[in-house]
Design a protein around this ligand. Structure first.
Ligand code: ATR
Length: 279
């Protein structure tokens, strides 16, 4: 009997050396005894190099790849077809190699929505949300809040106001972000502020509604100064790891195996890796 072929996938980005995606996929595969490989694939920020690498991975029999910064927009452009979500957001974090097609999808949207629902199943419904930032990540969060979670009102505050104005939401001046937050049921940081090596986000949780949920999509550090301040006020918080684990589920199921549970054991492994353990 022939040995079944190893199912191959990976994560492609720059930099990608610290990606936690291999640990997530390998954990799920080990649990169900699936024979897989999931590798980090560094490709510099160059559209041609990206397209060339994708072609090479197809020839090598890869089933698909997760795509991360800075290639998400280009991944959508080179695909033969794309999901409605990827098209609406303008970016793809999944490329699936089918026999004759390259399919683009976006699971960041569902990853964000599912992480928020895990904290509160009713979160988002008819809610007012404030998004800090207006980059690629903010677009996915905006789409999730409006199209998946049923938010009634979304306000975006970004340092560069003109960038916020290109999105389909209310805009608040960056200097007025704390005032805008007073009405919000959900506050989401999509900026890189608070990430290890960057300055903290200057934001006051004292004026927030008592029932507000504060979501930081940053996961390094796991508890950003924003989340520490929100917890100190007794507010509910969601960190970036909750979103990271959930965005990985569709890729694993499409390419590698069947059972992809997001649970305390997976989270503990990722936390240990963030604290300096093996990735
Ligand atoms: P991503 O795809 O991860 O969203 P991005 O498109 O580079 O990355 O967006 C980064 C976001 O962080 C932007 O909203 C950016 O604000 P600008 O549009 O004004 O650049 C925000 N950001 C980065 N550094 C910042 C800083 N020092 N102060 C305020 N906002 C900052």
């Amino acid at each position: 009997m022939n040995k079944p072929e190893i199912r191959k996938a990976g994560v492609i980005g720059w930099p990608v050396a610290h990606s936690l995606s291999p640990l997530i996929h390998r954990t799920w595969a080990a649990r169900e005894g699936a024979d897989i490989s999931y590798e980090r694939i560094p490709v510099e920020p160059n559209d041609e190099a990206f397209a060339e690498k994708i072609g090479q991975l197809r020839v090598e029999g890869y089933r698909g790849v997760n795509v991360t910064i800075p290639h998400k927009e280009h991944a959508l452009k080179i695909a033969d077809s794309a999901s409605a979500t990827a098209r609406a957001v303008g970016a793809a974090n999944m490329l699936t190699f089918s026999d004759d097609e390259l399919l683009a999808d976006n699971s960041d949207v569902e990853g964000f929505a599912a992480a928020l629902r895990a904290a509160d199943p009713e979160a988002g419904k008819c809610a007012t949300a404030l998004i800090l930032g207006a980059g690629g990540a903010a677009k996915g969060v905006l789409y999730a809040l409006k199209e998946r979670l049923g938010a009634r009102r979304v306000i975006i505050s970004n340092r560069t106001k003109a960038r916020a104005e290109t999105l389909d939401a209310e805009v608040a001046d960056w200097s007025a972000r704390n005032t805008a937050a007073a009405d919000a049921d959900i506050i989401v940081n999509t900026t890189s502020l608070g990430m290890t090596g960057n300055p903290p986000l200057d934001f006051h949780c004292s004026g927030l509604k008592p029932g507000a949920v504060v979501f930081d999509i940053v996961y390094s550090p796991l508890e950003t100064p924003l989340l520490t301040a929100a917890k100190a006020r007794g507010l509910r918080t969601v960190d970036g790891l909750e979103m990271l684990m959930r965005q990985a589920v569709p890729g694993y199921r499409a390419w590698l195996g069947t059972k992809a549970d997001v649970d305390a054991d997976l989270r503990a492994r990722l936390e240990a890796a963030l604290k300096g353990g093996a990735r």
